[in-house]
Design a protein around this ligand. Structure first.
Ligand SMILES: [Zn+2]
Length: 147
């Protein structure tokens, strides 16, 4: 698993998502074996991209499926795989910054109503926290595509 983990990036729901609170221990285990685990606020996509060649797309929660009836479609082809990665900002979203105030990596990704993407510290003890508002910084996009 160690050799593989360098190229595995997992985007999960942020830790204060109602369904995700119960999964905190599992996310911790995931962080132990995967180099990049990025919490995302209000995320619902179910997408797996393997080696920029194979895309699994559908309604199935690939890491937590149990009994519900879901679908997952496999699409082979590098062009489509790279388009999905670009569309989902996979490169830029895989590099969360440390919080500028508390310096911890308890930073999640969220989107404002106006469409702007922000990194936000969710550490409740962060010195920059004012009520429900935490330290924030805009996501810097390096790729051309910006939707
Ligand atoms: Zn902080």
């Amino acid at each position: 698993m160690t050799a593989l983990s360098a190229s595995v990036r997992v985007f999960v729901r942020d830790p204060y998502d109602t369904g995700q609170k119960k999964q905190a221990a599992l996310v911790k285990q995931l962080r132990a074996v995967v180099s990049t685990v990025v919490p995302v606020n209000v995320m619902h996509q179910k997408i797996v991209v393997i080696d920029e060649r194979t895309v699994l797309l559908g309604s199935l929660n690939s890491l937590s499926q149990s009994r519900s009836r879901e679908v997952m479609l496999t699409i082979h082809g590098g062009h489509f795989a790279r388009r999905i990665l670009t569309h989902e900002h996979a490169e830029d979203f895989a590099r969360p910054p440390r919080c500028g105030a508390c310096q911890l990596d308890e930073v999640d990704l969220r989107r404002r109503k106006n469409g702007d993407w922000r990194w936000r510290c969710y550490n409740r003890a962060c010195p920059a926290r004012k009520g429900s508002r935490g330290w924030e910084t805009p996501v810097r996009f390096t790729a051309r595509h910006r939707t």
